[in-house]
Design a protein around this ligand. Structure first.
Ligand SMILES: NC(=O)c1ccc[n+]([C@@H]2O[C@H](COP(=O)([O-])OP(=O)(O)OC[C@H]3O[C@@H](n4cnc5c(N)ncnc54)[C@H](O)[C@@H]3O)[C@@H](O)[C@H]2O)c1
Length: 334
């Protein structure tokens, strides 16, 4: 029997239950908020609910555990789950920093435990289109790029006061840099590994949060290209886009307009490829199927803990650069 324990039945936990219910025979949840747990038991295809992960694994050994709680508890739950022999699906960001994750990656490799970290934007079909355009050489050699990733935090969860949501709390792993690190993962996926980071990470808007609402980063890549990133939690109009400038053209990936546009220096024209919101939302079932295929059919995880450590190391370098005012070399050892 294929069994899954979803730890944290909040916004993303509930979405994953829906997608995983097509694949797993039995799903249990861990949710410390009793009212929320009771609600999810009624509304979702869930077998049992527990108040803590320790309780859930007292009598049951799950084939897989999906960690959908706030980032400050990702590492301790992942360690317990791996020690109980479960494959790991871990929501992004990996954790609070890289510390402790290399040891867990090694443990998983030794025990044959699959790990997958949910930087789901790689599963959007038009992200693959962006990657193949850049790899095909259609815009020539990449020189630099700009990324915008912003939205208004109080609009995210209309059912709760944003000040009580973990995203408002630095100590629980909230904030623009941690959350929008999707953009760092996509940048690595398209442009390669990051060597240096300069950043300003701050809380500048009127939002009542202890986490950052503004993160401006300059990334230098191994191929010498440079990317400017502007993450925020204060944009009243959502923006999610990446523009990459090459020696022979420009490509723009826009996750709000659902389009990829390519400008060719030879024709001096834009070519537009249009997609839909359904294409965007397909990332969740695509991701669920990928994880399932890794644990059942032996497929290779496209973002395992080792890969996500490289994104986490860029986040860590961003915070360090902002605190010190210095350009920081990226280090993945923790
Ligand atoms: N990949 C995506 O598209 C995506 C989208 C949203 C959130 N996320 C990630 O998922 C995680 C959760 O975000 P969310 O928006 O669902 O938050 P949320 O606040 O809606 O849900 C988190 C849930 O975890 C529960 N929780 C807290 N501590 C726990 C513990 N020790 N054990 C079990 N449950 C615990 C909370 O009670 C809450 O119900 C974060 O890491 C976030 O970055 C990813």
């Amino acid at each position: 029997m294929n069994t899954l324990c979803v730890v944290g039945a909040g916004s993303i936990g509930r979405r994953h239950i829906e997608n995983f219910s097509e694949l797993f025979d039995r799903i249990d949840i861990v949710e410390p908020n009793a009212e929320r747990a009771a609600e999810v038991l009624k509304s979702h295809p869930v077998n049992s609910a527990f108040a803590s992960f320790e309780e859930a694994i007292a009598d049951t050994s799950y084939q897989a555990v999906a960690i959908c709680a706030p980032p400050h508890v990702h590492l301790p739950i992942a360690e317990l789950a791996a020690r109980s022999g479960s494959h790991l699906f871990i929501e992004k960001p990996l954790g609070m920093n890289v510390s402790g994750w290399n040891d867990l990656a090694l443990y998983c490799e030794e025990k044959g435990i699959v790990s997958y970290v949910a930087y789901c934007h790689r599963h959007i079909p038009y992200t693959e289109v962006l990657k193949s355009i850049v790899q095909s050489g259609a815009i020539g050699r990449v020189i630099h790029g700009n990324m915008r990733w912003g939205s208004y935090l109080p609009d995210w969860h209309p059912w709760e006061d944003y000040r009580t949501f973990y995203m408002a709390k630095r100590e629980e792993g909230g904030g623009a840099l941690m959350d929008e690190s999707h953009g760092i993962d996509i940048a690595r996926y398209i442009l390669g590994e990051v060597t240096e980071v300069f950043a300003i990470v701050d809380t500048i808007s009127d939002l009542e949060i202890s986490s950052d609402d503004t993160a401006f980063l300059t990334l230098r890549f191994e191929n010498r290209s440079v990317l400017q990133i502007n993450f925020d939690l204060s944009s009243r109009c959502p923006r999610v886009s990446l523009e990459i400038i090459g020696t022979e053209g420009t490509v723009i990936w826009d996750r709000i307009a659902h389009e990829v546009r390519v400008f060719s220096a030879s024709t001096k024209e834009w070519e537009e490829r249009k997609y839909s919101k359904d294409d965007l939302m397909a990332m969740y079932p695509n991701q669920a199927r990928h994880f399932y295929n890794c644990i059942v059919n032996g497929d290779k995880s496209i973002i395992d803990i080792r890969d996500a450590i490289k994104t986490q190391a860029v986040i860590d370098a961003g915070f360090e650069s902002s605190a010190s005012g210095k350009l920081i070399s990226v280090r993945s050892q923790g």
